[in-house]
Design a protein around this ligand. Sequence first.
Ligand code: SAM
Length: 286
Amino acid sequence: MDKNSVYGRTNAIIKKYDVRPTKRFGQNFLVDENILRGIITASGITKDDLVLEIGPGIGNLTSVLCENSREVCAVEIDKKLIPVLEESLKEYGNLTIINGDILKTDISALVNEKNGGNPLKVVANLPYYITTPIIMGLLTTKAPIKSLTVMVQKEVADRMISLPGKKTYGALSLAVQYYAEAENVLDVPPSSFIPNPKVSSAVMHLKVREKPPVQTKDEAFMFAVIRASFNQRRKTLVNGLKNASLPGCTGEAVPEALNKLGMSPTIRGEQLSLEEFARLADLLKL
Ligand code: SAM
């Protein structure tokens, strides 16, 4: 398949089935052969792998996933695209198309049914309107997932791998760092899609960690502290936490904990590393 043939396939399918890509579902179809190949390489998928694809669209990525893996489960929310996918990809005996919302999909059940409970790999050109909830959902699920190879907006990719002190650093950066080793593998221009999105994109590879890089008494509480610390970016961490009314995070307890960590009471959330958030959360935990 060269670029022209993916481009040609896309236009032919759009015409044949009168597909009108909808903004509501974040539909931008990937038509660049080099990027498709780059995604497959970055994902590291082999003929042994079960792949979960989120939002197959009209199947441009789906077909190359089917060719390079053992089995693909593709979850597509738009019911109008289901007959298009079923007909245009009927040659692939290793594909299951599921009409549903990925945020409501039971991935553990899928893994048990299709992979004997062994971890699957997620590969997707994500719908941009719900990128963060999808990534957070996949990282925090108890379902076994080995890696995520996902196309996201460049701005989200930057936030995913940002470091303390940067404007892009926040709760997403800390969650990604806690659950995975992340790498920006490819930058992708708007011209690689039909229709062209307004923003640039990037392919991210997230290798899910077997063990987090820091220890904390209560993971959920640490992330509640992190979210509260970034809720009001222009406020100090003390004020952010006080306003979030988290148990134990009073106007007295937070400065006292910061003092024990040798930090100023006027410090802001974006200045703390993951390790420091873990120590702070452990001191505040009742
Ligand atoms: N994979 C195709 C490609 O690369 O050309 C299409 C990618 S397009 C950016 C995102 C796809 O996700 C669309 O097909 C859209 O309908 C689908 N989608 C949007 N929200 C979804 C959701 N909550 N669950 C599953 N699929 C969703």
